[in-house]
Design a binder for this molecule. Structure first.
Ligand code: SER
Length: 871
């Protein structure tokens, strides 16, 4: 059987041999430069800048195996044999190098020549054309030339035009299908590739990427003609392993088997449970992968995708009779099955497990209550012979009990009921309006309203670089909701979010009125505050404005830390490092940058060391405004593609780094405090991400680590500095004990007998001891090996040959220390000579060999022969 590992290896090898540069998978979380998808859905995504000609690829031919997640398939998963949300896509890419002929020939050669797929069952599809493009006759001819008969080359419409999104790189495509046999199909006479049934399995898509699509669907040619192909590891495994579905390959069945063990149910028993097994298997892989790439459950964006599949996983788990918490155990099974193609999964095993379990715990209570209520609603709907659930009830489940509407819809659908989604949406809308009116948060204020308000008074002067508390005048006020107003000040110390740095929070107060700053909106050269007021404020009032230092101080330290990090990365990795995204918050910083390969552990340490060195050097920050041209002359780092005004602000860390920046900074590097990198990861081809913490956060993290080390050291009665050695020797000791326990359990008495009785019989041979002896009865198998090891240990440089009776049969082992091997003794030669005497055979290495024989009556003879050989 060809394993998934072998499939991955053969794919990469095949394309590397044909001149492709192999690169590892990027993160499921796309780079900040690509906002088109929440999670990576295709192997080509990390390469988009290369296709669009925005960046130079490191090679014209590349290949990767990219982890992908397709949320659009969440609902179909489990109901077909061939859908997964999480999968691994193998791809070969050409950036202006080979085009259709190369792509077709290589795909066909690998499929039939290397993977051994039956050419008689392979079908191809080509693009049938549209009003902008003609039919793809070139691709058709190429498949015919490979030997696929015309009857198995099918022209398809939309399916065979591939695009990365509504706009962007795209082109006609051509797919390879495998005919699994009529028994998997719908049975219609006209069933062929493109049919919705499970008979024809698409296993490779070749995209001839040559256009860029604009908002109106208009195609303009890309600078070069390119190739993007995608072939799912799971689908190829299904074919090569003869699996009935994607859930029965080596990787997925490992997870299914774990679910069988946990639930005591059997996948092969069929019935409704099959879908739950499949959904749980798929979603468990997805949740582990997404969380490993740093996503945490939330109510929006990719955090919501994670939350949604996790909840569905819990639902289907309970249907299999699993008792929460079980996701931790399922997560372990996923790791075992995926780790060889996804090394990061091991690294984050424990933090991901904690995160999944916490979310599971939160949700399982909701699920228990919600399911009970839902059962009741279903029962009532049936009684009343209604075809759908009442919108108000569904809303209440959602709003009061936190039971997600998609789950309600899913459960209802399974019993043939609908839900009134439109009605539900109306309830939601009404609730949102109520919430807005009563809101403590002001996120609902429309952008136009803010802009209009801003223009009602002269621009606010931002003075928050230097002043964090000041007296100033209110210029304008406009209530937007109960207790919530837009406020404009003459001068403001509050930083509005920008340049990656979060907004400030803080307070304004006057005579008897206090206001908490909810948001600071940035407008071109101006700003507006959204404030919770506990009284009335009027234009002309003098207020005291004060920035919340608890947030601002660490934010400034993190911003300066980001500049230090950028400089240190360039010093350590090279000047090619460019900023590709950044987030500066009070609790830490995140910095994305261009770099073609992972940053090694040593490089991370070197960067961290360099930043900490500059922190301790207590270098002053000099911040000034100048013209763009002068800044460039001074050598300031500018962001690629970002527009700067004529006058720019330069942040100069004396003698170390100079960057254009509008953010807030500490006065000296010393205020950054300890700088610790907590994570390094990939966010796209050639884009890496570093997350770091500074100051009190870093100190607290170091303390935690230190405390853990001290506690562990105390438990092991060793000084903390020697902890690694102590742990190594402890685990060696555990291994030894386990080994000894195993051999005792095997019936032997290896650790029991007094070795001296045996060692006494050893003879001298130069610097060696030679011991040939019969071992105590019952010392069989590993116990015999173990005994030989122990004897060698007791004898020092030596050759040991042991035999033991096992009823009529006998076992032999010969074991040599390195010195004996050096002196020309060979365990396997000894065994080859004496094995036949007891009617058996065996072999091994010069240092160790073993044999079994059938004739115990001749054991003494065999041992004598060994003595003679070793004398
Ligand atoms: N981008 C294409 C797909 O996802 C081929 O890799 O199918």
């Amino acid at each position: 059987m060809t394993s998934s590992d072998e499939i991955r290896r053969s794919f990469t090898e095949f394309f590397v041999e044909r001149g492709h540069l192999a690169v590892p998978s990027a993160s499921l979380v796309p780079s900040a430069l690509d906002q088109s998808v929440l999670l990576t859905t295709a192997g080509m995504q990390p390469f988009k800048p290369y296709f669009l000609g925005q960046a130079e690829p490191p090679a014209k031919r590349m290949t990767s195996i990219q982890r992908c997640f397709r949320a659009v398939d969440i609902d179909v998963v489990g109901s077909t044999d061939r859908h997964l949300t999480y999968f691994q896509m193998m791809g070969n890419f050409s950036f202006g190098d080979y085009f259709k002929p190369g792509a077709v020939e290589m795909a066909y050669e690998l499929s039939t020549g290397v993977w051994g797929l039956d050419p008689e069952r392979i079908w191809a599809t080509v693009y049938e054309g549209d009003d902008q493009l003609g039919p793809d006759d070139v691709a058709r001819e190429l498949w015919l030339a490979q030997g696929i008969p015309a009857s198995r080359v099918v022209a398809l419409g939309e399916d065979n035009f591939w695009k990365a999104g509504p706009t962007g790189p795209c082109g006609p495509c051509s797919e390879l299908y495998y005919d699994r046999g009529v028994q998997f199909g719908c049975g219609r006479g006209e069933c062929e590739p493109g049919c919705d049934c499970d008979r024809f399995l698409e296993f490779w898509n070749l995209v001839f990427m040559e256009f860029d699509r604009d908002d109106n669907g208009l195609l303009t040619p890309l600078p070069t003609q390119n190739i993007d192909t995608g072939s799912g590891v799971e689908r190829v495994a299904m074919l090569l392993q003869g699996a009935g579905s994607l859930f029965e390959t080596d990787e997925t069945s490992h997870v299914i088997q774990a679910l069988e063990r946990l639930s005591g149910r059997r996948y092969a028993d069929g019935g409704d449970a099959v879908r739950s097994f499949r959904v749980l298997c798929d979603h468990a892989r997805g949740m582990t992968a997404i969380a490993t790439d740093g996503v945490t459950p939330s109510n929006e964006g990719r955090g919501y995708v994670l939350r949604r599949i996790l909840r569905r996983a819990v639902l289907h788990g309970t249907r299999l009779g699993l008792e929460t918490p079980f996701l931790g155990a399922v997560h372990e099974a996923v790791i075992e099955s995926l780790a060889s193609g996804f090394p990061e999964i091991q690294q984050h095993r424990d933090d991901v497990r904690r995160l999944l379990e916490a979310e599971e715990e939160r949700f399982s209570q909701t699920l228990a209550t919600g399911s009970r209520l839902l059962d009741e609603l279903i029962r009532r709907a049936r009684e009343q012979e209604a075809s759908s659930l009442h919108a108000g009830d569904v809303f209440e489940l959602h709003d009061t009990h936190g039971f997600p509407v998609e789950l309600t819809a899913e459960v209802a659908r399974e019993v043939g009921l609908g839900i009134d989604l439109e009605g539900f949406e109306q309830h939601m809308q009404a609730q949102r309006e109520r919430a807005r009116a009563a809101s403590r948060r002001g996120d609902g204020v429309a952008a136009e309203r803010i802009a209009r308000f801003a223009q009602s008074a002269p621009p606010t002067g931002f003075v928050g670089y230097g002043e964090l508390g000041l007296e100033t005048k209110v210029l304008a006020v406009e209530p937007v909701a109960e207790g919530l107003s837009l406020v404009k000040l003459e001068r403001s110390p509050f930083y509005p979010e920008g340049g990656g740095q979060v907004s400030d929070t803080g307070e304004i107060s006057a005579h008897a009125v206090r206001g908490q700053i909810e948001s600071v909106y940035r407008l071109e050269g101006d700003q507006v505050l959204l404030v919770h007021l506990d009284g009335e404020l009027r234009p002309g009032d003098v207020v005291h404005a004060r920035v919340d230092l608890e947030r601002r101080r660490p934010t400034m330290a993190n911003h300066t830390g980001t500049h230090l990090l950028q400089r240190a990365l360039r010093n350590q990795l090279g000047e090619h490092v460019r900023q590709a995204g950044s987030a500066v918050r009070p609790e830490g910083l995140r910095f994305d940058f261009t770099h073609p390969s992972p940053v090694t552990a040593e490089q991370v340490r070197a960067v961290e060391d360099e930043v900490n060195r500059v922190v301790l050097e207590d270098r002053d920050l000099r911040i000034f405004e100048t013209t763009q041209d002068e800044a460039r002359e001074l050598g300031a780092t500018m962001l690629f593609g970002e527009k700067y005004g004529d006058i720019v602000r330069v942040v100069d860390i004396t003698g170390y780094s100079m960057e254009l920046c509008g953010g807030t900074h500490v006065r000296s590097t010393a205020a950054v405090g300890p700088f610790t990198i907590v994570r390094e990861s990939s966010v796209g081809q050639g884009v890496r991400r570093i997350e770091a913490i500074t100051g009190p956060e870093a100190l607290a993290a170091l303390r935690r680590a230190d405390r853990a080390a001290r506690e562990a050291a105390a438990a092991l009665r060793t000084p903390p500095e020697q902890l690694p050695e102590a742990v190594t020797s402890l685990s060696e000791r555990v291994r030894e004990l386990e080994k000894a326990a195993r051999s005792n359990g095997g019936g032997g008495q290896a650790s029991g007998p007094d070795l001296s009785a045996l060692t006494a019989g050893a003879a001298e041979r130069g610097r060696l001891k030679v011991l040939v002896a019969e071992a105590p009865e019952g010392t069989l198998g590993d116990a015999l090996l173990e005994l030989a090891d122990r004897l060698r240990g007791a004898l020092g440089p030596s050759a040991v040959v042991l035999g033991v009776r096992d009823g009529e049969r006998v076992q032999l082992v010969a074991s040599m220390t390195p010195e004996a091997v050096e002196d020309g003794l060979d365990a396997s030669a000894v065994i080859k000579q004496i094995g036949p005497i007891v009617g058996g055979g065996g072999g091994g290495r010069p240092s160790m060999a073993r044999a079994g024989g059938k004739d115990a009556s001749r054991l003494d003879e065999a041992l004598d022969a060994a003595r003679a050989l070793l004398a």
